[in-house]
Design a protein around this ligand. Structure first.
Ligand SMILES: C[S@@+](CC[C@H](N)C(=O)[O-])C[C@H]1O[C@@H](n2cnc3c(N)ncnc32)[C@H](O)[C@@H]1O
Length: 427
């Protein structure tokens, strides 16, 4: 069986056979397609539009078109229309291949596709379209900007990634798909919580101690007594990261249950990914945000992922925050290298870590290390050397109590990190 999909600028003569069958099946839209084409009302000939035909051994078996959506005021919204396959050609993946080809060819003219079909809902949902309650459409698919598609023509986004639409203050709509690596599988576990890890890979060391950690860290005196740092300093440091740019994506790496960060998240409306390896910690973070803000803020999405292998595209993130977690990683240089990869030019990094430096805190760090909770405790200068190994430039660290704070900016010119003039540790 030889199959082919071709762009047609004239209606193939064989369409009369398919028209006869479609009439018998009461698929009236095929009749309309032929009528409008003959009258010159719609030949899929405007910018970005196309009509594709599917052939098996050179015989026409199906077709489908892409129009600018006549029901939308957005000129970049396309509409999949008049997809029909003869009964003998159904169930062989030919229809899916044709629609995927329409999707693949839609950008750059179209950044979003819509369609109306109750009957074929499962077919389109399998291809990544999501149900919509918009007028004159049953399904929509966000395509994002140019270059956001997988090379095999399949949509680069999972349906789940698209489902979580983040609305920023300016009401521009962006989706997680814009920053997730093309082809990266992603699952929605519950509203606002996604995972890029395999279903069987959901356990993380912090899962079992999430409740205890949360209780301890959220106590008013813990940070001051254990590490010599008032809690407000943590929140202010995170706030600096959140407010470092007016726009662009933020990732809070190893954010855990968001004890110091939850109050700060309201300080921005930029799209924000709260990332951690532990689902139990993330679920506590979600509960904390709901408690604090009454709901999950619309610009925030939670993602279970590994900091050693971030699921984001290179140069896609404007701000990386990693608060109070660098000391947990046994290979911080690998984590640092990931930050450098995903940060865009001009993007900024705000990271902090526990380090040795105070008698009481140092004893406590030793205890945590012996309990297997953290990597061997480092001094600030040892941490600076590790950061240097990860970034290729000397890490700029400021210390307070047992905390070290690192703020760097990715150069606009050479892709390396440099000290940012504006980024400072919280006072
Ligand atoms: C000490 S907690 C810090 C949490 C939070 N940033 C804070 O300041 O309260 C460390 C966090 O790192 C997370 N973590 C550890 N290894 C990780 C990894 N490989 N990838 C992502 N998160 C990780 C843990 O699940 C935990 O939530």
């Amino acid at each position: 069986m030889r199959t082919a999909i071709r762009v047609e600028t004239e209606l193939p003569a064989e369409i009369t056979r398919l028209l006869r069958i479609a009439r018998a099946e009461r698929f009236d839209f095929v009749e309309r397609l032929v009528r409008e084409w003959k009258r010159g009302e719609n030949r899929f000939a405007e910018t970005g539009e196309m009509f594709l035909c599917s052939y098996v051994d050179d015989a026409l078996v199906g077709f489908g078109g892409l129009n600018r959506d006549p029901y939308s005021r957005n000129p970049q919204e396309g509409r999949i229309r008049h997809v029909y396959f003869a009964p003998e050609a159904r169930g062989r993946g030919l229809g899916g291949a044709l629609v995927r080809e329409l999707i693949r060819r839609a950008p750059p003219a179209f950044t979003r596709l819509r369609l109306a079909s109750e009957q074929a809902a499962p077919f389109y949902e399998h291809l990544g379209f999501l149900p919509t309650s918009e007028p004159k459409a049953t399904h929509a698919l966000e395509l994002g900007g140019p270059g956001e598609q997988a090379s095999d023509g399949a949509p680069a986004w999972g349906a789940a990634a698209q489902r979580r639409i983040l609305r920023t203050a300016g009401d521009s709509v962006v989706s997680l798909a814009r920053v997730i690596e093309p082809g990266q599988p992603i699952r929605e576990l519950e509203a606002g919580l996604f995972s890029v890890l395999d279903a069987g890979d959901e356990g993380a060391p912090y899962d079992s101690r999430a409740a205890g950690y949360d209780r301890l860290v959220s106590s008013r005196w813990y940070s001051q007594l254990a590490w010599g740092v008032p809690p407000i300093v943590h929140t202010e440091f995170i706030t600096r990261g959140l407010t470092s740019h007016d726009e662009g994506w933020i990732v809070d790496v190893a954010a855990g249950s968001c004890v110091p960060s939850a109050p700060a998240y309201a300080r921005t409306s930029r799209p924000l990914v709260v990332l951690d390896r532990s689902l139990a910690m993330l679920r506590r973070g979600i509960a904390r945000l709901r408690l604090l803000h009454g709901e999950l803020p619309p610009h925030v999405v939670f993602l279970q992922a590994d900091a050693n292998a971030l699921p984001f595209r290179a140069d896609s993130i404007a701000t990386v925050i990693c608060h109070g977690a660098l000391h947990v990683f046994s290979t911080p240089e690998a984590v640092c290298a990931e930050w450098l990869r995903v940060l865009r030019a001009g993007g900024e990094l705000y990271a902090s870590s526990l380090v040795r430096g105070r008698w009481f805190g140092d004893r406590y760090l030793g205890l945590l290390h012996r309990a297997g909770e953290i990597a061997p405790p480092r001094t600030a200068s040892e941490l600076a050397s590790l950061v240097e190994a990860g970034f290729g430039v000397s890490g700029q660290l400021e210390t307070l109590g047992n905390f070290a704070y690192l703020s760097l900016r990715k150069s606009d010119t050479n892709g390396r990190l440099e000290p940012p003039s504006a980024a400072r540790r919280g006072s």
